[in-house]
Design a protein around this ligand. Structure first.
Ligand SMILES: C[S@@+](CC[C@H](N)C(=O)[O-])C[C@H]1O[C@@H](n2cnc3c(N)ncnc32)[C@H](O)[C@@H]1O
Length: 479
């Protein structure tokens, strides 16, 4: 199944993961089903309930991504009651070997009826939107950090990224999109030398299990391989920790409490004699993600001992800036987001005068509320008003930076480990990219030091003679 994260296509299909976009910063992830996989008991089949109404999945499936979907009135009459006609349980569907739940159940589903209000937008998932809506099991790496990390790791189509720990799978989704170069069983891909892959390691059994489930649900099997492993002890080989297969990684991202303990496995020739998890034909790019400087210091110390180069540390301080129109004035009453407060001294004085007038009238026993209001309107009519025009352009343009910064602020340590370079590699390289200048030099007969010195002396003498002749010629011309 193609992944909606990588190749969503134009239409939302059954079993795709979809994001129900309610409003900015509010998105609900769901798996689109044409049967009631959660045994909710609605006659319309699976329903997503939101603060803007109920949405049977039959109104979402086969709709173009990005569509606005109107909420439905759903039949909750059968909820909680067992064995009702029209309700088909997921376990029954799965137990049926001959027909899929989709075939049988969709025919018996009740047709949804549109509600009078409420809507949402049906969006395909992206790593960015998944990061904001995923079920948090740990701290996660946010978009401002992982976009920079993947750029510095040179993660590109066809590469292999090692990740530890997988945590909530936020970085995993971004990394697999960065290296995606096709699905493993695609014919066109078979001709390519490598398909991009993420090898993800997680120590916590339940978390590893949940990430595995999500990877399958998101159509990323074959592109992301999740291993339940303590990487400090057992390293990064796939399968058996000692005799397993090397992932041949070109990039490594370590979001671990003690990354320095894992570094001993990320070498060209492991002391244990096991295969290296790094790609022998490429430079390895490494990034560690640690919240404390003490962790950074320890990591860098071990990096130096193990021959990592170009070590540098970066902190991403992402800040969102809100830009909006600010409207102030007593005439802004009822306008959302405005400040109902005198805009100027004139407006404040007008208000004071009106209040004073009204108070006087009350005291004299001529109470007339409408007149009072009118006099304020008369007073304020003399004050120059805000410029006229469309509502969106009224008010002062202001910007504020967001108070809550949504990043897991950590220090990023980057380093590279060059590939090993043997005499054989040098020869191969010379054959592949021959240099005519070098070849000519190599072909010429070798000269002794004595011969070279003699030639140098003769050259100097020749130059001196030429200089003297030139000087003599200059003197003759002057005379
Ligand atoms: C902060 S979370 C990673 C979050 C992840 N990068 C994300 O974006 O969702 C750190 C994870 O490392 C795992 N971990 C800690 N020690 C480990 C070890 N020795 N081997 C493998 N995973 C480990 C933890 O279980 C935890 O899930």
């Amino acid at each position: 199944m193609p992944s909606p994260f990588l190749t969503p296509g134009p239409i939302a299909q059954a079993n795709d993961v979809a994001l129900l976009h309610l409003r900015r910063d509010q998105t609900i992830p769901t798996i689109l089903r044409d049967y009631d996989d959660e045994n909710q008991g609605y006659k319309e089949g699976k329903v997503s309930n939101t603060r803007f109404g109920s949405f049977p999945h039959s109104t979402l499936i086969d709709q173009p991504w990005g569509s606005q979907i109107v909420a439905s009135k759903v039949d909750t009459g059968s909820r909680g009651r067992k064995g009702l006609a029209g309700k088909r349980k997921a376990d029954e569907i799965e137990a049926s070997p001959t027909t899929t739940g989709a075939e049988e159940d969709s025919s018996s589903l009740k047709k949804p009826v549109a509600a009078t209000s409420g809507f949402l937008h049906l969006m395909y998932p992206t790593p960015e939107s998944w990061t904001l809506s995923l079920p948090h099991r740990t701290q996660v790496v946010y978009t401002p950090d992982y976009s920079y990390v993947l750029h510095r790791l040179r993660a590109r189509p066809g590469g292999t990224v090692i990740e530890a720990g997988a945590g909530s799978g936020s970085f995993t989704h971004a990394a697999v999109r960065a290296v995606f170069s096709g699905y493993p069983n695609e014919e066109s891909v078979a001709k390519k030398p490598r398909i991009g892959k993420v090898c993800s390691f997680e120590f916590h059994e339940q978390r590893a299990g949940r990430v595995k489930e999500e990877i399958t649900q998101h159509g990323l099997d074959g592109l992301v391989q999740v291993t339940h492993r303590d990487v400090y002890e057992d390293g990064f080989l796939l399968g058996d920790p000692k005799t397993g297969r090397s992932p041949k990684a070109t990039a490594i991202f370590l979001d671990l409490p003690a990354p320095w303990l894992a570094l001993k496995h990320l070498v060209r020739k492991p002391a244990s004699g096991a295969e290296s998890p790094l790609d022998p034909s490429s430079t390895a790019h490494l990034c560690t993600f640690s919240p404390c400087l003490e962790q950074v210091e320890r990591t860098i110390r071990v990096m130096r001992q193990l021959g990592w180069l170009n070590i540098s540390m970066v902190e991403v301080n992402h800040n969102r800036i809100d830009v909006k129109r600010e409207r102030i004035g007593l005439d802004c009453e009822g306008i959302r987001g405005s400040t109902v407060f005198p805009r100027s001294v004139d407006e404040a004085l007008a208000k004071l005068r009106t209040d004073d007038e009204r108070a006087k009238k009350i005291r004299q026993g001529h109470v007339d509320g409408i007149q009072g209001d009118t006099s304020f309107q008369e007073e304020t009519a003399r004050i120059p008003k805000e410029q006229s025009g469309p509502t969106y352009s009224l008010g002062r343009l202001v910007h504020r930076s967001e108070s809550e910064i949504k990043t897991h602020t950590s220090y990023l340590v980057f380093a590279i480990l060059p590939r090993d370079w043997s005499e054989e590699d040098e020869q191969k390289c010379r054959q592949k990219w021959p240099s005519s200048k070098l070849e000519a030099e190599e072909k010429a007969p070798k000269k002794s030091r004595k011969q070279m010195k003699k030639e140098f002396r003769e050259l100097r003498l020749q130059e001196q003679k030429e200089d003297q002749e030139q000087q003599a010629a200059d003197v003759n011309t002057d005379e």
